[in-house]
Design a binder for this molecule. Structure first.
Ligand SMILES: [Zn+2]
Ligand SMILES: [Zn+2]
Length: 126
């Protein structure tokens, strides 16, 4: 039973939240996943990653490896979930654990299971 009269909206995308877990978090499942993947990136990198997702410039090459086309199709990089990327930040990577670039963050996001999304889709249909 819902005790609050007002609807809670996602802090990130402003969609109305329905699941108790999402409401408690203040974010939808998808947005929470995005934020987790982008953790450690600068605001500038986050903005670029967001743009990449909005532009749908991400193509799966094979499991864990994604090709990303940014900036109007002029720049393409290949990033893997294990932290490797062909961009200038990727090749300059200091260590295996250090966050490299937003390409890797996006690759990790796209490689995460989509079960969470499907569950929320069922919620909508019910
Ligand atoms: Zn959201
Ligand atoms: Zn990169």
């Amino acid at each position: 039973m819902i005790t609050t009269a007002h609807t809670t909206k996602c802090r990130r995308c402003h969609r109305v939240l329905r699941s108790p877990a999402s409401i408690a978090r203040g974010k939808g499942d998808r947005c929470a996943a995005i934020e987790a993947a982008f953790d450690g990136l600068s605001d500038k990198q986050r903005a670029k990653a967001d743009q990449l997702i909005t532009d749908k410039g991400i193509v799966k090459v094979r499991a864990g490896i994604y090709k990303m086309t940014a900036e109007g199709g002029e720049v393409t990089h290949t990033a893997s979930v294990n932290g490797n990327c062909t961009c200038e930040w990727g090749v300059r990577r200091a260590s295996a654990t250090k966050k490299t670039c937003y390409h890797v963050a996006v690759a990790k996001l796209y490689d995460s299971p989509r079960r969470v999304l499907r569950r929320s889709d069922f919620g909508k249909a019910a």
